[in-house]
Design a protein around this ligand. Structure first.
Ligand SMILES: Cc1ncc(COP(=O)(O)O)c(C=O)c1O
Ligand SMILES: [Zn+2]
Length: 441
């Protein structure tokens, strides 16, 4: 029996492998939809033993090889992806207790530690490169706001595959560099992310090359869902709340897939509430959600969302202005009892400075959106006594050098030693907290 199959989420048609799926241009020939999910033929008691196996030192996504859609281990293309820490941040727990009277536990999933490109996109890129290698594919296409392109550029290069990455005109120079550096092709498209996707699709069709299938792409989803297995492995309790910066929603889609897949094992008590945060200058899902919520989720609410053309967010990584995945993501958020809202992106620097001060962790702007969303969640009364939070620190500051330089706040000019006063770092703490906390929603 095959290790896995792909199944159309709409009509149930089966594809025996990724080769068949790619031959059909990643579209179901029966119903015309383009979402498939991987179904494994393994007994899930094996997954339980992989999660809890004491003598296994592999903490990458490949620990779960038997539950990844790859047939031969020799094709694995890996660089430590997924082998990241999950830290407990007690200073945030104290804040929740002291300022809001909420008793909760707070974990952060440190995707910024991924050694290849320092984002939570490395897992998907590792699996995609491995599967393409197994199929003997030599060219691949991605459209990306930046982090996906970087991760795929690295892993495809490692697999000997040429990558064409289509990025929007406002993508960071650092993102272009991260792709080009490995000899992969960057197409900087004159337009926004939607335009980049459009041209990428035409290019993929013209040259008959497979392309990442967006937020429900089974390669990205299967890899990312291993986050859930890691939470089970590395934390004493399963989260009741999951907080993440939201662009297109691969994160929540992947978590939902894992939870449905292993529901029958009894490993997971209940899905966490998805609290999804968008940057204020590109928050179409948050806008749609707010409208749907205030009008009581009327018939057809999932398909009512605005489209922002050329969104002018200062966080290009999160610049999905056309939230085509909202019908799926909105539904998941509703099912889990979660929320989607926007966070004032001009406050990301204050958040990043505070986190660097308190933890020495260098978070990128998309991670600052998630943490800002945590502070706002407390103000919005979304966190309850007894909650266990998992906050996705999705990227390191290494991904955003411009943002990094904007964080300078202790520099003084000096002409002579008379200009240089002795200082005490601990005096900064209360000022940094004040900046983060003193604002109105
Ligand atoms: C660091 C970071 N956080 C969050 C996101 C949003 O991911 P998702 O596709 O789950 O919305 C991205 C990418 O778009 C990202 O790079
Ligand atoms: Zn179908």
């Amino acid at each position: 029996m095959d290790k896995f199959i792909l199944k159309c989420s709409a009509c149930g048609k089966v594809f025996n492998n990724f080769g068949e799926w790619f031959e059909n241009a990643q579209t179901c020939p029966t119903c015309g939809k383009n979402r498939v999910e991987v179904v494994y033929n393994h007994d899930y008691t094996l997954l339980k033993s992989l999660i809890y196996q004491k003598n296994c030192t592999d903490n990458t996504i490949w620990r779960y090889f038997d539950f990844m859609p790859l047939n031969n281990r020799d094709n694995i293309v890996s660089h430590g992806e997924g082998n990241v820490s999950i830290n407990r941040w007690e200073f945030l727990e104290r804040h929740a207790a002291n300022h809001h009277g909420i008793d909760c536990k707070i974990y952060v999933y440190r995707a910024d530690e991924n050694p290849a490109t320092r984002t939570f996109k490395d897992a998907g890129a590792s699996l995609a490169a491995s599967v393409l290698k197994e199929l003997g594919v030599k060219n691949y296409v991605v459209a990306s706001t930046g982090n996906v392109a970087n991760a795929f550029a690295y892993y495809m290069a490692k697999a000997g595959i040429s990558l064409s990455a289509f990025i929007p005109s406002d993508a960071l120079v650092a993102h272009s560099a991260g792709v080009s550096y490995y000899g992969q092709r960057v197409f900087r498209v004159n337009g926004d992310y939607s335009k980049a996707k459009e041209i990428a699709r035409e290019y993929a069709a013209k040259y008959k090359i497979p392309m990442t299938g967006g937020n429900t792409d089974p390669l990205r989803v299967e890899a990312k869902r291993s986050m859930i297995f890691d939470w089970l492995r590395a934390t004493p309790e399963f989260p009741t709340v999951y907080i993440q910066a939201l662009s297109g929603g691969t994160g929540p889609v992947a978590i939902d897939k894992a939870i449905r897949e292993i529901a029958h094992t009894g490993l997971i008590p209940k899905a966490p509430r998805f609290i999804m945060i968008q940057p204020s200058a590109c928050a179409p899902m948050a806008e749609a959600w707010e409208k749907a919520k205030t009008s009581g989720f009327p018939e057809g609410w999932r398909n009512k969302y605005p489209i922002y053309e050329n969104p002018e967010t200062s966080i290009p990584t999160l610049a999905t202005g056309n939230p085509a995945s909202y019908p799926i993501v909105g539904e998941l958020v509703r099912q889990t009892g979660g929320e989607i809202f926007s966070f004032d992106e001009s406050r990301c620097e204050d958040i990043a400075r505070l986190i660097a001060y308190e933890t020495l962790v260098r978070i990128g702007p998309a991670s600052a959106i998630a943490l800002g969303g945590f502070f706002d969640s407390l103000k919005r009364n979304l966190i309850r006594n007894g909650d266990v939070l998992m906050i996705n620190i999705g990227e390191s500051i290494d991904r955003a050098p411009d943002f990094f330089t904007q964080l300078i706040y202790t520099e003084k000019q000096a002409d002579s030693v008379n200009d240089c006063k002795i200082f005490d770092r601990t005096n900064l703490q209360s000022k940094l907290w004040d900046k983060v906390l003193n604002y109105e929603l």
